[in-house]
Write a protein that binds this ligand. Structure first.
Ligand code: ATP
Length: 253
């Protein structure tokens, strides 16, 4: 489970995230949407301990990310938008390195690495140096690395960018299946179609404020028109265009 308790973050005078309260329970696939500069990356960086909140607290499975970093990290897997890999290592060597960082014993690590190689269809290139990988191949390796230690919480930043249609299908199915098996998934994305298809709940962040928090069905209740697309609702919400009903009627922060 992920909890943000009154979390704010400033950069100098600039307020990037304002008083964010958010609780994401186990087994939920949560999607964070928002225009460029809305505060999504800042939110993710605070969640994974790369940035400290100016005020408030972020907890991963009950552990404060700032004061109990190790415990929080044990439960956390991160797939960043730009995977950090080591060019001169092969994919398999990188996965072994990540397994070592997590303190997995050799036999267990080998079995898990094999499992992830199959899951993300890495076998054809896993023994090549990662410097030869395309973006999509790197992204699939980053997914495999993030799941090796079987975290309770998976944070994914723009998971679909650069992936081919088959890999997108793979990642969507995987995220859905992981959430069904109890993993908490936090996904930041601009891919509205993916959100429509797989998210259990949506947050729309704009200028650091959560403008909407709820299900797609709740978001649709804001519009009088039936079957309104998420794109239409999202544009209304983030352009400051008046929605047909007040956002607060469907918002449950
Ligand atoms: P995008 O979709 O473009 O990636 P985002 O929603 O991830 O955007 P953030 O990167 O979190 O947005 O930025 C939120 C706000 O904070 C923006 O106004 C941005 O200019 C500002 N900001 C982000 N990082 C810094 C920084 N290191 N120093 C100063 N301001 C920053």
């Amino acid at each position: 489970m992920i909890e943000f308790v009154s979390v704010s973050r400033n950069y100098g005078d600039k307020l990037a995230v304002a008083q964010l309260d958010l609780k994401i329970p186990s087994g939920e696939l949560f999607a964070l949407l928002g225009p460029n500069g809305a505060g999504k990356t800042t939110t993710i960086r605070m969640m994974v301990g790369l940035l400290q909140p100016t005020s408030g607290q972020v907890r991963i499975c009950g552990h404060d990310v700032v004061t109990e970093t190790r415990q929080a990290n044990r439960h956390l897997g991160l797939v960043p938008d730009e995977p950090y890999l080591y060019d001169k290592l092969s994919g398999r060597e990188f996965l072994s390195f990540v397994a070592d960082i997590h303190g997995l014993d050799r036999n267990d690590a080998a079995a898990r690495i094999d499992r992830e190689i199959d899951q993300f269809e890495l076998r054809p290139f896993v023994d090549d140096r990662t410097e030869t990988y395309s973006h999509g191949m790197k992204q699939r390796l980053a997914f495999a690395a993030a799941l090796l230690h079987e975290p309770a919480v998976l944070v994914v930043d723009e998971p679909m960018v650069g992936l081919d249609p088959r890999s997108i299908r793979l990642v969507k199915d995987l995220l859905k299946a992981k959430a069904r098996s109890g993993m908490t998934i936090f996904m930041s994305t601009h891919s509205l179609s993916a959100v429509e298809e797989i998210a259990d709940r949506i947050g729309i962040l704009d200028h650091g404020q959560m403008k909407f928090l709820g299900t797609l069905a709740e978001l649709r209740k804001l519009s009088v028109a039936e079957h309104t697309s998420l794109e239409h609702l999202y544009l209304h919400m983030t352009d400051g265009l008046p929605a047909e009903r007040s956002a607060s009627q469907a918002t449950a922060p």
